[in-house]
Design a protein. Structure first.
Ligand code: ATP
Length: 274
């Protein structure tokens, strides 16, 4: 019998009010054969916050994001979302629950236009299937119009009107990343997962992406969990930070607290784990 989590109460992190618990990872352990990618990690993500997951290479960050998005099922532990324990689910079921993501390596349809790529983000929300679309033209057309209008709003919001008809394969890297963000937003997620949203970007592209992440959080109230290697970006953007190292959690708190956490400093300086 699923027991409700204590979801009441707001907290303050770095002067910003953040809401009740939206997602809770409880004692998660994930193994790949003999490799323990995640060992007994617990943390929560609160409504409306920007939560960063950081750590050196191989720390287990992407594995954790994959557990949240349903790509990996942990051998131990529980995932709670919106006050209920989540049974093992396929990624598309997780997406339907309101969790969208972007990937470390851009995963767009290169031959398709920006607009069509973003439309694919609405697929989990479409009620009519292909047969219905063929037989019940009125409802399907109405649905298509609504989806199209939602996508156009996102295109305006992310300032990509000028490339809406352009095939994604022709775009520079920074814009591709922005289109990926647009596609994830098209699903109107409650929780948005960003796997290294600034990787490979130049300074200007990073500044743009930071601004868009903050705007999405601010304007749509979207809760965001992100993995990022650029510490400046992490410390500027996030309300709270989880730090992983060798699959274990070694820090969890607001950026100021993390900056002065000895275990975190040691992990980044490569101090021995003996
Ligand atoms: N599909 C897999 N099969 C086997 N081992 C894996 C798999 N995915 C991850 N691992 C291992 O799990 C550990 C954690 O990897 P993970 O990619 O989650 O780390 P990370 O912190 O995201 O690293 P990076 O910053 O380099 O992306 C590593 O030792 C990695 O080799």
């Amino acid at each position: 019998m699923a027991q409700a989590l204590p979801t009441e109460g707001w907290i303050t992190a770095d002067g910003r009010k953040i809401g009740p618990v939206l997602m809770e990872m409880k004692n998660i352990t994930l193994r790949f054969g003999g490799v323990k990618a995640i060992t007994d990690i617990s943390f929560d993500i609160r409504e409306g916050e920007i939560r960063a997951i950081i750590g050196p290479n191989g720390a287990g960050k992407s594995s954790m994001l994959n557990v949240i998005s349903g790509f990996y099922v942990p051998q131990e532990g529980e995932v709670w979302f919106r006050g209920a324990k989540r049974p093992p689910m396929k990624p598309y079921e997780v997406a339907r629950q309101g969790i969208a993501r972007t990937f470390q390596n851009i995963a767009l349809f290169e031959g398709m236009s920006v607009l069509d790529n973003i439309m694919t983000g609405r697929l989990t929300m479409m009620e009519t299937n292909l047969a219905q679309q063929a037989l019940w033209w009125g409802k399907a057309a109405r649905e298509e119009d609504e989806h199209r209008a939602a996508v156009e709003r996102i295109i305006d919001f992310l300032e990509i009107q000028h490339i809406r008809k352009t095939p994604v394969g022709r775009l520079p890297y920074g814009l591709k990343k922005r289109v990926e963000l647009a596609r994830a937003l098209a699903a109107e997620p409650k929780l948005l997962l960003l796997d290294e949203p600034m990787a490979g970007m130049n300074v200007e592209e990073k500044e743009d992406m930071c601004r868009f992440i903050l705007d999405v959080n601010d304007e749509f109230g979207t809760t965001i969990a992100l993995i990022e290697h650029d510490m400046g970006v992490v410390m500027d953007l996030s309300d709270r930070v989880v730090v992983m190292d060798y699959g274990k959690k070694i820090g969890d708190g607001p950026p100021d607290e993390i900056r002065s956490n000895k275990a975190v400093i040691d992990a980044y300086l490569g101090v021995s784990h003996e």
